[in-house]
Structure formats: structure tokens, C-alpha cells
Design a protein around this ligand. Structure first.
Ligand code: FMN
Length: 205
């Protein structure tokens, strides 16, 4: 994709399409700035932010996907309050995206099974810690079973991670795009009703 710096988006339709294209491309390329985003949930103490990998972006469903250990704090937070925010910044393209929506947590269903099947044994290591993520320890540790710090789990070993694997799907309700440019910043917002675009507007940056 060309830099927006040289091709300023002229229409709200172009902006919205470009925003989702950036998300799709980011989810497929570990070197892309949008491969990771900041996911915000509401914890009992207030807003809680963390970096996650954007595993999937679906422009038709207006949905994004990330994975977590089901025992992580974010999952409990989402079950208590499904409201989420995502934030992405691409310094090269000078584009920030902010998404808000509702998240659903999938663990034992066919959707979670499908994503689990698609993960590599190496990635499954993230779900193999004995103690739950965030558990206090008297010494520095990955929490992984002996030996798995330094080698990939076998297919059979990795299966122990399946009960801990959670897929978090965000149904995006609002997408906000901000483009920084020397000739004047641009900002636009899009609201969705389900999977349908319900509102689109330019905003003063
Ligand atoms: C580059 C990067 C990518 C990460 N990707 C994920 C991820 O995809 N899923 C996840 O649960 N945590 C991921 N983490 C760890 C989270 O940022 C966070 O530390 C962890 O999930 C615990 O957060 P929680 O206690 O709020 O649930 C990532 C961290 C970094 C630095």
C-alpha cells in the first residue's frame, strides 16, 4: 500500500476501506506496525492496557481477534465487562486507529478449536505455564514445565495448553482513524450497527 502521505484519502469510503486493509495486512505480517495493538479493558482498579498480537481482522464481520491464556486478568475483566478498546499506531504511515466494541471470549467451542488447530507448537508454549499468568513467584520464572524454556513443546506436550487457550473476538462498534500530515491532519469516525456501517463522519483532529 502506498503511503497516505502521498495519497491523501479523499472519501470516507476510502478511509474506512484503508483502515480495515491496514488491520488485515497487520494481522498477517509480524513486521507490520499493526501486527500488535494495545488492548484496553476495564479492571476493578480502572482502565487496563496491554500489548497483544492482532491475530485476525475481518472487515466483513467488523471483528478483530486476539488470543489469551484464559486464566489471564484480561479474560476475567472481559467476562465482567465486555467493553474493549484497541489502539494501533503506524509511525511509517502516520496512521492511528482506535476501535471500540464488545468482546466475547471463546474457549471450548468450535471457533476456539479452529484457532487452536492453526497455532504452532511454538506458539502454544504461551498456554503451558503451570501457575496462572500473573501468579506471584519467589523467583524469576517463565512458569513453563522443565525444559520448555529452551525447546519447542512436542505436539503431544503442547496439547496441555488447550484448556488454557482463549480466543477473544471483538465486535467493533466504532472505528476512529487519525492521519498525521504536514499539510493538515485528518480524522474520521465510523459507527457500526452489527456488521453494517451506520454512520461515517470527518472530525476535526
Ligand atoms: C509484543 C507483545 C505481544 C503480546 N501478545 C500477547 C497476546 O497476543 N496475548 C496475550 O494475552 N498477551 C500478549 N502479550 C502479553 C500482554 O501484554 C500482557 O502482559 C499479558 O497478556 C497479561 O495481561 P493481563 O494480565 O492484563 O491479562 C504480549 C506482550 C508483548 C510485549
Amino acid at each position: 500500500m502506498q503511503s497516505p502521505e502521498t495519497t491523501p484519502p479523499l472519501s470516507l469510503t476510502d478511509v474506512e476501506r484503508q483502515a480495515w486493509t491496514l488491520l488485515v495486512d497487520g494481522s498477517r505480517n509480524p513486521k507490520d506496525a499493526f501486527y500488535t495493538g494495545t488492548l484496553g479493558t476495564l479492571s476493578p482498579e480502572g482502565p487496563s492496557l496491554r500489548t497483544v498480537v492482532l491475530r485476525e481482522a475481518d472487515p466483513r464481520q467488523r471483528a478483530t481477534v486476539c488470543y489469551s491464556d484464559v486464566r489471564a486478568a484480561k479474560v476475567a475483566e472481559l467476562l465482567a465487562n465486555p467493553a474493549v478498546s484497541w489502539q494501533f499506531w503506524d509511525d511509517g504511515r502516520k496512521v492511528q486507529l482506535r476501535l471500540t466494541g464488545r468482546a466475547t471470549v471463546h474457549t471450548g467451542d468450535t471457533l476456539a478449536d479452529g484457532h487452536w488447530q492453526a497455532t504452532s507448537p511454538s506458539n502454544r508454549r504461551s498456554y503451558l505455564a503451570g501457575p496462572a499468568p500473573g501468579t506471584a513467584q519467589p523467583f524469576p520464572t517463565s512458569g513453563l514445565p522443565d525444559g520448555l524454556d529452551t525447546r519447542e513443546p512436542t505436539e503431544a506436550e503442547s496439547a496441555a495448553g488447550r484448556p488454557h487457550f482463549a480466543v477473544i473476538v471483538t465486535q467493533v462498534e466504532r472505528l476512529e482513524w487519525l492521519w498525521l500530515a504536514r499539510g493538515g491532519h485528518r480524522r474520521a469516525a465510523f459507527r457500526y450497527a452489527g456488521t453494517q456501517l451506520a454512520e461515517a463522519t470527518w472530525l476535526v483532529p
